[in-house]
Design a protein around this ligand. Sequence first.
Ligand SMILES: [Fe+2]
Length: 437
Amino acid sequence: MIAGPSLSCYCLLFLFLLGDAGAEGSQKAAPEQIHLSYPGEAGCMTVTWTTWVPAASEVQFGLQLGGVLPLRAQGTSSLFVDGGLLRRKLYMHRVTLRGLLPGVHYVYRCGSAQGWSRRFRFRALQSGPNWSPRLAVFGDMGADNPQALPRLRRETQRGMYDVVLHVGDFAYNMDQDNARVGDTFMRMIEPVAASVPYMTCPGNHEERYNFSNYRARFSMPGDTEGLWYSWDLGPAHIISFSTEVYFYLHYGRHLIQKQFRWLERDLQKANNNRALRPWIITMGHRPMYCSNADLDDCTRHESKVRKGLSGGHYGLEDLFYKYGVDLQLWAHEHSYERLWPIYDYQVYNGSRESPYTNPRGPIHIITGSAGCEELLTPFNPFPRPWSAIRVKEYGFTRLHILNGTHLHVQQVSDDQDGKIVDDVWLVRPRQGRRTYL
Ligand SMILES: [Fe+2]
């Protein structure tokens, strides 16, 4: 006969569980995974973080690194239950700071009486169109093998960037291991994302449970939980959208039309505002074009993002061409590729000598080589006539929007210790930018 566990065993187990909970209890209300985003309103910044138990959501901030932080802002928290087997619970806190002075450095900490974060520092974005934003742009960065992250962290700490754009595919994947991989990733990017606004769009790796980890963890402008939104930054209007609506139709085919109509309205508004914000820049995860050696959508002549669903409905190339979009940022391919100004496979360089001065079609940059477990993507051995440069090295892109007519793009190679491996200026006169037609 096999005896069951004795009463003393149960007691020991109970004490062990109690002890475990007690040890963690004090830390469970401590903020972690702290990151910033710009809510699209001048003088504002949103702080987002996670706790493991319900807690108040407060940010204390001020101008001095030491001493009391005199300013206070309150926000809200919401329970996020991951879709994995364990149904892990995360409490997501969001607080928007208002009335920030343009370009001024602030110090902040977040949390509640139950636990505070350490202090972080950020610079409020300048307001209005007349300044020169500097951005770091990349996609496809994982918790495993995030090659470019240490360099990005150093450069962010040196104050080289006002904003980071992460063009989809995070952590690989945020939902993995009952969303613990998402937690790890958000902790990893904290030194960057708690110091500059970390702006995002969803990629295919965010798909699980209808993009629930993506929606819960980031706080992007507007009311679409970050699936698509737009905002102004200096002389540019930046539109972030989801290419994934074209691929995961089971979450709602109607989303393609909904987003497309929103894009068209937003582009019309942005075009009417060109005098103030001359640049229109888009970011979406899966490119329309690419010359990689794989079977991705962008390698197909009629890619879904470019041409829409079969029958040519809701394709984005015509839409972006019609409204004179200047620059399109993509990722998904784990490499860097810059295209000549292009429309419908035709190259529309400004001139032979200066292809990017007064181009007659949009410019595409594919920058998905920040580093992840899937390593780099090889290129097709036969370069396409519309492909200007291809770099199969880890790195990220710098975007310097100098003013309303000049924009500087550089590709930083992490493999070559920060060497600039692509360097190009886009120049468009203020007039005649509303369309290429
Ligand atoms: Fe992807």
